[in-house]
Every structure is written in structure tokens, then in C-alpha cells.
Design a protein around this ligand. Structure first.
Ligand SMILES: NC(=O)c1ccc[n+]([C@@H]2O[C@H](COP(=O)([O-])OP(=O)(O)OC[C@H]3O[C@@H](n4cnc5c(N)ncnc54)[C@H](OP(=O)(O)O)[C@@H]3O)[C@@H](O)[C@H]2O)c1
Length: 124
């Protein structure tokens, strides 16, 4: 059975270690939001060297870089979880900096060499 009501969002696991390129392309084409659950990979992104190095340029943590990377993608939002009030504050403090295109791509490349595969496919 299908619904006549348009789908507002599709909630799936999405974070710097999880590729969702095909689904995101579908969501953009069909004007459906992609809601990223486990956006911090259940905490596994903590202490990631690449995210930490990028964050250091902006005075941000690896957590904030991961959330910013999600929010800067078209039609993506995120629902990070925490039991720590200080972490809630940190989650909100991601709207006053912007990742450069190159940094966005460096984070995409954490997904098992997606950037390398894209560059090869595009002949770059
Ligand atoms: N639709 C579905 O099937 C589905 C499946 C899974 C999850 N979800 C939803 O997705 C949401 C979040 O996903 P998630 O709970 O899997 O994990 P997540 O948001 O990816 O990660 C949360 C973990 O990161 C830790 N964390 C955050 N900031 C930290 C910091 N600065 N230092 C150290 N640890 C830090 C938190 O610990 P603290 O508590 O100590 O901050 C928490 O353990 C939840 O609302 C959940 O319901 C939905």
C-alpha cells in the first residue's frame, strides 16, 4: 500500500564513516530530507585525527566538525544523542563556522576512499 502524503524525511545511519551517496542523490532528486541517525557513529568519531585537525583550524572539536559536515550537505539534518548537558551545548555551536569544499571532500574520503573513487571515475 502506498500513501498519497509526500514523505518528509528518510531517517538512516549517516556519519563520516558511512557512505550514503546513492540514497542522498535520490533524496535530493525527490525533495526528501535525509535525517542522519548515529551522526557521531555512536561516539566512534571521537579522536579521529583528520576531524580533529580540521576542527583545530576553527577552534572546534571533531564532534562539531562531523555535525557541520552533515549540515552543510544539501537536504541533510542530524539527530545526535547525548546524556551530557555540555555536549548538548557543543552540538548547537556548529552554526558559526563553515567547512571549505576541500575539507568537506577530505571528510567524505574517510568513507573507505570515496574521494579516490570519485576522482578516478571523473578522471581527475
Ligand atoms: N531510526 C533508527 O533506526 C535509529 C537507530 C539508531 C539510533 N537512532 C537515533 O539516533 C540518535 C543518535 O544516535 P546514537 O545514539 O546511535 O549515537 P550518536 O549520536 O552518533 O553518538 C552519541 C554518543 O556520542 C557521545 N559523545 C558526544 N559528544 C561527545 C564528546 N565530546 N566526547 C565523548 N563522547 C561524546 C555521547 O556520549 P555522552 O552521552 O557522554 O555525550 C553518545 O554516547 C538517537 O536519537 C537514536 O534514537 C535511530
Amino acid at each position: 500500500m502506498t500513501s498519497d502524503t509526500p514523505i518528509l524525511t528518510n531517517q538512516v545511519e549517516y556519519h563520516p564513516f558511512k557512505e550514503q551517496a546513492d540514497l542522498l542523490e535520490f533524496c535530493i532528486e525527490n525533495e526528501v530530507m535525509l535525517t542522519a541517525y548515529s551522526p557521531l557513529a555512536e561516539g566512534r568519531i571521537i579522536r579521529n585525527d583528520r576531524l580533529k585537525a580540521i576542527g583545530a583550524r576553527y577552534g572546534k572539536t571533531e564532534v562539531q566538525v562531523a555535525l557541520r559536515w552533515l549540515l552543510q550537505q544539501e537536504q541533510v539534518t542530524a539527530i545526535p544523542k547525548t546524556s551530557n548537558p555540555a555536549h548538548i551545548q557543543a552540538y548547537f555551536n556548529v552554526f558559526n563556522f563553515e567547512l571549505a569544499d576541500e575539507e568537506m571532500m577530505q571528510i567524505f574520503d574517510l568513507q573507505g576512499g570515496l574521494l579516490t573513487r570519485l576522482q578516478t571515475a571523473l578522471g581527475l
